[in-house]
Ligand binder design. Sequence first.
Ligand code: SME
Length: 150
Amino acid sequence: MFSDLKGQVHTIVNAKGSDATIKMQELCHLLRESVPYYDWVGFYFKNGDNRELKLGPYAGEPTDHTIIPFGKGICGQVAESNQNFVVPDVHAQDNYIACSITVKSEIVVPLFKNGENIGQIDIDSNTPDPFTEEDERFLEFVNEEVASIL
Ligand code: SME
């Protein structure tokens, strides 16, 4: 599944004629529609010089959490740790921001540009414990592709 998807991600990112925001939007829809356990897919980016994340393109239910302070929730922790965060069971996390009661698990992978953590891709799943190292490697690939157009 992920090897096919990588080709499609590369095609979207390298298409001529649309800007990075539109391409990220297309990527969110592609991932959500292609991976059965990806129920919400979105990008957050550092909000200027503020120590907070701002929601960028996403696919799935709208969320109230359009601004997340560094350190808060899974996303805010990744903004500080610079490391992937795989959460098999969100209910087992103390520092977690619930976006929907249906969400069971989450993965957040930081997005680096020139070595700097400038944002992240965030996936929510309604399936318990679905994420493997394959998801991590795939989402790292997606973020590297996106970084090339930012
Ligand atoms: N659950 C995230 C908040 C973002 S929503 O999943 C869209 C967190 O704990 O940081």
